[in-house]
Design a protein. Structure first.
Length: 88
C-alpha cells in the first residue's frame, strides 16, 4: 500500500536498492590473488594463518582495522529515493 505520490511497492524498491548497494560495496572490498607476506602500510609480517584465511590479504590486522574504522564513517544514505534526486 503506497501513500501520497508513491506507487505500490515503492518502499520495497527503495529497501531493495539499499541492500543491493550494500552488497556491491562489500563485494568491492573482497580481496583475491596472492597474499602479501608483509603489510603494505606498516611492513610488519602478516601471520601465515591470516594469509591462508583471507586470500589476497595485503594488510596486517591493525592496519585493516584502522582502515575499516575510517571507511565506516562514510554515509549509508540511499540517494535514489531522496527527494533531492527526484527533483533533478
Amino acid at each position: 500500500m503506497a501513500g501520497g505520490w508513491s506507487r505500490d511497492g515503492a518502499v520495497q524498491d527503495q529497501i531493495d536498492a539499499s541492500v543491493e548497494d550494500a552488497v556491491q560495496r562489500a563485494r568491492s572490498r573482497l580481496t583475491a590473488g596472492e597474499s602479501a607476506v608483509r603489510c603494505d602500510e606498516c611492513e610488519s609480517i602478516i601471520p601465515e594463518a591470516r594469509r591462508r584465511a583471507i586470500p589476497g590479504v595485503r594488510l596486517c590486522i591493525a592496519c585493516q582495522a584502522a582502515r575499516e574504522k575510517q571507511e565506516s564513517f562514510s554515509g549509508g544514505i540511499n540517494r535514489r529515493g531522496s527527494k533531492d534526486s527526484q527533483l533533478r
